[in-house]
Design a protein around this ligand. Sequence first.
Ligand code: FE2
Length: 426
Amino acid sequence: MFDLVITNATLPDGRSGIDIGCRDGVIRALETGLNAPSHKALDAAGYLVSPPFVDPHFHMDATLSLGRPRMNDSGTLLEGITLWGELKPLQTVDEIIARALRFCDLAVAQGIGAIRSHVDVCDDSLKGVEALIEVRKQVADYLDLQLVAFPQDGVLRDPSAMDNLLRALDMGVDVVGGIPHFERTMEQGAQSVRMLCEIAAERGLMVDMHCDESDDPHSRHIETLAHETLRLGMQGRVTGSHLTSMHSMDNYYVSKLIPLMVESGLHAVPNPLINIMLQGRHDTYPKRRGQTRVRELRDAGITVGFGSDCVMDPWYSLGRADMLDVAHMGLHVGQLSSRQDMAWCFDAVTVNSARIMGLQGYGLAVGCKADMVLLQAKDPIEAIRLRPTRLAVIRAGKIIARTPPNLASLALPGRPDRLDPASFAP
Ligand code: FE2
C-alpha cells in the first residue's frame, strides 16, 4: 500500500508511461504498470514529472521589498546596494519574516523545493539572520532553505562585518559567503577570500561567494577562490556565484583559469536574469551580455547551476519565483540553442543546483525523497519554452500545491473548442 501513486508520468530523461509509488516520504517504486493500491492517486496524464526546482542563489532578506524606501532609478548594482543600505535600518525582524514566508508560498507553488539564500550580515543587529533562521525552521516541512552568511558591504571594508559573520555562523547559518570584488583593493579582495575560506575549512562548512560580479576583466578573485579551495582541501564544497567578469576576460587567461577551477572542484552559479540586467551598464555599443562562460565551464566538467538572485527587491523589480524564467534567460544569453543544450538548461535549475547545494536524496529514482513537480509540459525543453502551469507540487509524498491547467476555450468555426499550450511539441 502506497501513500501516493502518480500514474502515467513522463520523466525528464524521456521515459514515459511511468508510475511512481511513494511511501513514508520516499519514492518506493518507479516503473510502468505499477498497478498497486494507494491512499491517494494522481494522474499525470502523460505530462512531465520532475524533481523539484532548486534555486542555488537568492536573497530572501531583501525579496518583495520593492519600492521601500524608494525605487532604484539607475537600475545599477551599486544603486541597489545603496538602496539596500537605506532599507536595512528601517525593517524589522517581523517584516523580514513576513516577506520571506510570502515568497516561500510563491516559490512552493512554482515547484521550488530548495533555496540557497544569502543573508546580509553587515548589520550589527543581525535582524536578517535572526529572521531567516526562524523562516528556515518554519518552512522546513515544505522547503529546504540553506543560508549563506553574506557580508554585503565587504568583510574587510566594513569594520564590524567579520565579527558579525562569525556571530551569524555561531547562530546556525550554513555556508560562508563573501564579496571580494567589493573590497577596496584587489589585494584586500584576495585577502578576504583567503580569510573566509579558512573560516569555512575550520568549521567544515561550504563556501559560496559573490565573485567577480563585475565587467572588469581584471577582477580575478575566482583564481584565488580556486587556489584557496585546493590549498585547504575543500574540493566540491565551494561555489563561485556570478563570475560575470569571465565574460570580459582575455581568452588566453581563461584557458589557464578554467583548468584551475576544474582541478579545485569549484561549482559555478550564474544568475542570468540579474546578470543580463545589471552587467554592461558602462558600455555604449557594442554592449556586453555579462553572463559568465556557461558553455565553456560546463564542457570543462564544472557543475553549473542557474540562480534567480532577486525577486522584487532593490536590484530587480521583476521576477515570480519561476526557475524556468531563469533557465529561459540563461539559454538565450548563453545561446544554448541545440536540443541537448536546451535540455541541459533544465538540469541547471534542477539536478545541477541540487548537487551544488549538497542536497541529499534528491532525484527521481527509487530511494530518493518523494519530492516532485508535475508540469503542464511534455518534456524539459517544452517546459522552458512554455514556463507552464505547475499542476501539482509534491513534498514527502504529499500534494502541497495545485494549480488548475491552462486550457483555453475557443469559439472558432470548425476548430477545436479547447487548446492545450502543451500540444505543440515537434
Ligand atoms: Fe546575489
